[in-house]
Design a protein around this ligand. Structure first.
Ligand code: CAO
Length: 437
């Protein structure tokens, strides 16, 4: 590996790091024109077993660099050429050092014969390298591979850790820890997609507190909702449907039912009105392909129903609702929501939905903005119906009005299409004879 020459141009090469066929270059710490010292780290590399730094055994000016972060190299690969700066410093006391000669200026030495210098006679394995490592901007930072690895594990760009407290300004683990503490105290930038996280607050300073673990459902729902919120440009459109006649029919229907039979709620009619709307506007019964290039239209009608349970929100799916009667749907939802509240739903019970309905009508409300249950493209929110005076052209008449909230993925649905879809649902509910069409 080492080959002395009087010219002053030295080649730094990858040394033998233990008969490893492929070595990953993690960082290159020198660039053309840098003046480097003996033992200065020129690159950090990793094998599947260890991370190590490759120090230079010559001092001088870097003429050319042949590797970059992310490269895969092997023993003997050329790292850089260096014009030796000082005849007395060329590593005369090191076996790998070139014969000391005065270094010519950088731009006058291109043809000089070269001396080969193994980069890391002193390279030492410091830690197991388990994960692929992103290229860092910390090329100038003076730190050992273990400290660099520690910083990477914490997501810290070591180049930003300014003052190293070690010898000659070397960055130590404590410097990285102190940097993290400082950033946290200043308001912690960059977590999800570069969005600043909410700073941690010690609430006990203000009064008594109690820590309660979130249920698994709540944690998973939270992750999913955050993902949807960050990925989908959503619009919520509000409208009201006159359900006076529908309600009269529903009451009559329930009056006919025996006391053990499941009562029909307005939700069953909403499901039917929604499905009729999806038939008319197929882009609502669709999902965007993962590359965002096409729309996958569904020919089946499965409706997810958000169910409130003691452990959090779950969404059982009623399948092929277009083929089922109102009474069948009522019985099926009663069974699935009971299962949901007992925590007995199976994953298959919650898969395959086309659109979700989130009904808060049994609780109250005038409007809300539900979040789309992606990869579905829309969700219909429902709040409490109430009697209102409605102008019929001649007089105000009391009508039962149902507030509806449609949130849709604006990448798939245009505003006008959303309004037309909602109008269709409103008409279907206001005159349920339309559901026969
Ligand atoms: N306006 C007025 N009354 C309503 C109504 C509305 N929009 N919706 C329901 N009601 C009435 C029902 O008719 C019923 O009255 P009676 O007891 O007199 O018959 C009562 O409120 C309770 O209804 P319900 O909520 O039990 O039944 P449902 O079929 O309407 O809803 C279910 C079933 C499972 C959707 C509901 O129980 C539920 O869990 N809702 C919460 C959903 C949720 O948490 N969504 C938020 C998700 S965040 O996006």
């Amino acid at each position: 590996m080492t080959d002395n020459n009087k010219s002053g141009l030295c080649e730094i090469k990858v040394p033998d790091v233990g008969n490893v066929p492929s070595i990953d270059v993690v960082e290159v710490l020198i660039k053309v024109g840098d003046v480097i010292e003996i033992e200065q780290t020129v690159a950090t590399v990793e094998t599947d077993k260890a991370s190590m730094e490759l120090p230079s055994s010559v001092a001088g000016t870097v003429k050319e660099v042949f590797i970059k972060a992310g490269d895969k190299v092997s023993e003997g690969a050329l790292i850089a050429t260096v014009i030796v700066a000082d005849a007395g410093q060329g590593g005369a006391d090191k076996p790998a050092a070139p014969a000391p000669v005065a270094a010519p200026p950088v731009d006058t030495a291109p043809k000089a014969p070269v001396v080969e210098v193994p980069a890391a006679p002193a390279a030492k394995a410091v830690t197991a390298a388990a994960e692929p490592v992103a290229a860092s901007t910390g090329g100038k930072a003076h730190a050992s591979p273990s400290v660099r690895l520690f910083a990477r594990e914490l997501g810290v760009d070591i180049g930003k850790v300014s003052a190293g407290s070690g010898r000659k300004g070397r960055i130590l683990k404590d410097d990285v820890k102190n940097f993290v503490k400082k950033v946290m105290a200043e308001g912690a930038p960059a977590t999800v997609a570069g969005i600043p996280s909410i700073p941690a607050v010690d609430f006990s300073v203000f009064g008594e507190t109690e820590v309660q673990k979130l249920s698994k459902i709540k944690r998973l729902t939270g992750q999913n909702l955050t993902r949807v919120w960050l990925n989908l440009p959503m619009v919520t459109y509000h409208d009201e449907a006159d359900i006076t006649d529908m309600e009269a029919f529903r009451n009559a229907l329930n009056a006919e039912k025996g006391k053990d039979e499941v009562k029909v709620t307005g939700l069953m009619f909403i499901i039917k009105a929604l499905v009729a709307g999806m038939r008319q506007f197929p882009s609502f019964n669709a999902s965007l392909s993962s590359d965002g290039e096409s729309l996958i239209l569904k020919k089946y009608f499965n409706i997810g129903i958000a169910v409130d349970t003691p452990n959090g929100l779950v969404v059982p799916v009623l399948r092929d609702v277009d083929t089922k009667s109102i009474s069948q749907l009522a019985a099926e939802l009663a069974e699935k929501s009971a299962k949901a509240r007992l925590g007995k739903l199976m994953p298959a019970d919650m898969q395959g939905g086309c659109i979700t309905i989130s009904s808060l009508g049994g609780i109250g409300g005038t409007a809300f903005t539900p979040i789309v249950n992606a990869p579905e493209v829309a969700i219909l929110g429902v709040t409490r119906a109430k009697m209102q005076p409605v102008w019929n052209g001649k007089e105000f008449v009391p009508r039962l009005m149902l507030p509806l909230d449609l949130t849709y993925d604006h990448r798939v649905i245009d505003g006008a299409e959303g309004a037309r879809f909602m109008a269709a649902i409103r008409q279907n509910l206001s005159d349920i004879r339309r559901l026969l069409l």
